[in-house]
Design a protein around this ligand. Structure first.
Ligand code: PLP
Length: 353
């Protein structure tokens, strides 16, 4: 069978160039020797637009490409006050002449005179910020709903005044956005292939699921047998896996993938054992992984996503769930701005060293 021309599938969509691709791929020498696998890291943290890049930029190239093609003026998005997605959307909008409007809910209440991390960057990018504070006794779900409703009301108001507003859902987890990571999976496969390698395992942290759905779509397109292991960063409902399968297959349909190229539930390997106590709440294994990577490889991961993902991967490597000699890739999805966020997000990062 002739290999599928994946680039021809991707190039049907208007794409707004935002990042610097391909992102680097390199080996972690010390950790490879210690764990007995060939361990590589794919640097989505180097995606651009700014120094604080991350995995949302690939999705935004397609999402904002569509927004630009439609003549949008404002781009709305949603997330927690320290959301990487919101900050990356703000920087991406500024790069291509769109006006960012962020509706953020405060899990950790910010201090106006001492803005930190992504919130400081959001301000610097001049994003229009709307912060929804948590009410006494309010659940996180209620808080998120109230934040979303405030955004919708404002969206309507601006629309009635004649402005074209474009909505980017939480995390950019749409079929169009996931095309970015179908392409990202193909990019990684080509990089490995040029080095004479193929990955047995690909580990990453999963939140909204847009990255995971895209990676799975890319894996299906290439007929790859790389096992993708996705470490949760928050609690997911029972429907999470089904939603990912739907998003991945929706992405394949949008791309016009050949019949039979599909993602099935059995292709997913989602592991909920490393995120507790919760989203934006640190744990010791994650903080230990952050320190270990800093001290053995001189590189930085974050407490909310990549720390938990990396801690999960190390546990797989050290408990023999990944065979010795395997080729393993960790997808560094960004997030280091969280190191400069509120102390609650960092926990005991340094005091145990
Ligand atoms: C958003 C994010 C993720 C998760 O990506 P999803 O596509 O939302 O699942 C992982 N790591 C970092 C640093 C992120 O900002």
């Amino acid at each position: 069978m002739k290999p599928l021309d994946t680039q021809a599938l991707f190039s049907k969509f208007p794409k707004q160039p935002l990042g610097f691709y391909p992102t680097p791929l390199h080996k972690l020498e010390t950790l490879s020797t210690e764990t007995g696998v060939e361990l590589y890291i794919k640097r989505e943290d180097f995606s651009g637009v700014s120094l604080f890049g991350g995995n949302k930029i690939r999705k935004l190239e397609y999402i904002l490409g569509a927004a630009k093609a439609a003549g949008a003026e404002y781009v709305f998005t949603y997330g927690a006050t320290q959301s990487n997605h919101a900050m990356e959307t703000a920087s991406a909008c500024r790069r291509c002449g769109l006006k960012p409007v962020l509706f953020l809910y405060a899990l950790v209440p910010p201090t106006e005179e001492d803005l930190r991390g992504n919130l400081l960057l959001d301000r610097l990018f001049g994003a229009e910020l709307h912060i929804t504070e948590r009410r006494a006794g309010e659940s996180v779900d209620e808080l998120k709903r109230r934040n979303a409703a405030a955004g919708e009301a404002y969206h309507q108001q601006l629309t009635q005044q004649g402005h074209l507003c474009w909505d980017v859902p939480v995390g950019g987890a749409t079929e169009l956005g996931s095309i970015g990571f179908a392409e990202g999976f193909c990019e990684l496969t080509a990089q490995l292939s040029a080095m004479g390698l193929r990955a047995d395992y690909l580990f990453h942290a999963t939140g909204s699921g847009g990255t995971l759905a895209g990676l799975q779509a890319g894996r299906a397109l290439l007929g790859s047998d790389t096992e993708i292991i996705s470490i949760n960063v928050n609690q997911k409902g029972a429907e999470y896996g089904e939603n990912i399968v739907r998003l991945a297959n929706g992405t394949l349909a949008l791309l016009g993938a050949p019949e039979g190229v599909q993602v099935r539930k059995e292709d997913l390997h989602i592991d909920p054992n490393y995120y507790l106590p919760g989203y934006e709440q640190p744990n010791e294994a994650s903080n230990a992984a952050i320190r270990e990577l800093a001290r053995k490889e001189g590189l930085v991961i974050d407490p909310v996503y990549t720390g938990k993902g990396f801690a999960g991967m190390l546990d797989y490597l050290r408990t023999g769930r990944v065979p010795q000699g395997s080729t393993v890739v960790f997808l560094h999805t960004g997030g280091a701005a969280a190191l400069f966020a509120e102390k609650e997000i960092l926990g005991d990062l340094l005091s145990r060293s």
